[in-house]
Design a protein around this ligand. Structure first.
Ligand code: NAP
Length: 248
C-alpha cells in the first residue's frame, strides 16, 4: 500500500516550484490533492492534469492565502469537495527583496501577510477539523533564511523565522490530538523564485553550500512526503533543513 493512500493533501502554492513537486510526490503516494494558487491558472491546470494522471483526485482553487475571508471560503469548499483534509502544506510564498533602509512598509507587509499570516489562516481554518478527527499533518515551508537571516531579506527572514515559532506552538497545541506540525527549511532550491536572482548572486550562494550545488524541488518533496506519512507519526515541532549543509 502507498504511504498516503486515501489521504487528502491541501498544498498552498501547489501549482509551481516546490509546492508543485510536493503535490506530485504526494499524489504518487496515493493522496488526493487540492492545489491552492494565487493567479497563474494555466500553471495550476497543468499541474492538476499531471496529478490526475497518477490516478488520484486533483482540483485547483484560486485563493490569496493572505486573506482571512478567502481562506475561510476555500477551506470550506475543499472540505466539501474532498470530504476532509489530512495533510496541510503551507508552501505559498513570495519575496520582495531589498535592503531594510529601502524596504517599503507595503513590501514588508506583503511578505509577512503571505508567507506567515497565510499559514496562520490556513492552520486556523483546519484546526477544529483536524482536532475532531484526532489526526493530521501540517507542514510549513520555512527557509534557512529564517534560521540565519539574510541581507536584503529582512521581511522574508522575519516571516520564515515566524513560521518556525508558529510551527512549534501549533505542534504543542495539537500534539495530544494526534496532529503533527513540522517545518522544512530549504536552502537554495531551483525554482522560478530563485531563477529570478542575478547570476552573480546565484554564484555567491552556491559557493556557501558545502555540497557546492543547488537543490531541486524534489529534494524538498521527498521530506514532505515522509513527514506526512506514517513513518513520521512521532515527529512533531521539528525543523528540518534541506540545504546541502548550507546552514549547519
Ligand atoms: P515559486 O516558484 O515562486 O512558487 C510560488 C507558489 O506560491 C506559486 O504556486 C504561487 O501561485 C503561490 N503563491 C504565491 N503567493 C500566493 C498567495 N498569496 N496565495 C496563494 N498562493 C500563492 O516559489 P518556490 O521557490 O517554489 O517557493 C515555494 C516556497 O518555498 C515558498 O514559501 C518559499 O519561500 C520557500 N522556499 C523556497 C526556496 C527556494 O530556493 N526556491 C528556499 C527556501 C524556501 P501563482 O503561480 O498562482 O502565483
Amino acid at each position: 500500500m502507498k504511504s498516503l493512500e486515501n489521504k487528502t493533501a491541501l498544498v498552498t502554492g501547489g501549482s509551481r516550484g516546490i509546492g508543485r513537486a510536493i503535490a506530485l510526490a504526494m499524489a504518487e503516494e496515493g493522496a488526493n490533492i487540492a492545489v491552492v494558487f494565487a493567479g497563474n491558472r494555466e500553471a495550476a491546470e497543468k499541474t492538476a492534469a499531471e496529478i490526475a494522471e497518477k490516478g488520484v483526485q486533483a482540483r485547483i482553487y484560486q485563493c490569496d492565502v493572505a486573506s482571512a475571508g478567502e481562506t475561510e471560503a476555500v477551506v470550506k469548499q475543499i472540505l466539501d469537495d474532498f470530504g476532509g483534509v489530512d495533510i496541510l502544506v503551507n508552501n505559498a510564498g513570495i519575496v520582495r527583496d531589498t535592503l531594510l533602509l529601502r524596504m517599503k512598509e507595503e513590501d514588508f507587509d506583503a511578505v509577512l501577510n503571505t508567507n506567515l499570516k497565510g499559514a496562520y489562516h490556513m492552520i486556523r481554518q483546519l484546526y477544529s477539523h483536524m482536532m475532531r478527527k484526532k489526526s493530521g499533518s501540517i507542514i510549513n515551508i520555512s527557509s534557512v533564511v529564517g534560521l540565519m537571516g539574510n541581507a536584503a531579506q529582512a521581511n522574508y527572514a522575519a516571516a520564515k523565522a515566524g513560521l518556525i515559532g508558529l510551527t512549534k506552538s501549533t505542534a504543542k497545541e495539537l500534539a495530544s490530538r494526534g496532529v503533527t506540525c513540522n517545518a522544512i527549511a530549504p536552502g537554495y532550491i531551483r525554482s522560478d523564485m530563485t531563477d529570478a536572482l542575478p547570476e552573480k548572486a546565484k554564484e555567491a550562494i552556491v559557493s556557501q553550500i558545502p555540497m557546492k550545488h543547488t537543490g531541486l524541488p524534489q529534494d524538498v518533496a521527498n521530506l514532505a512526503v515522509f513527514l506526512a506519512g506514517p513513518a513520521a507519526s512521532y515527529i512533531t515541532g521539528e525543523v528540518i533543513r534541506v540545504d546541502g549543509g548550507m546552514a549547519m
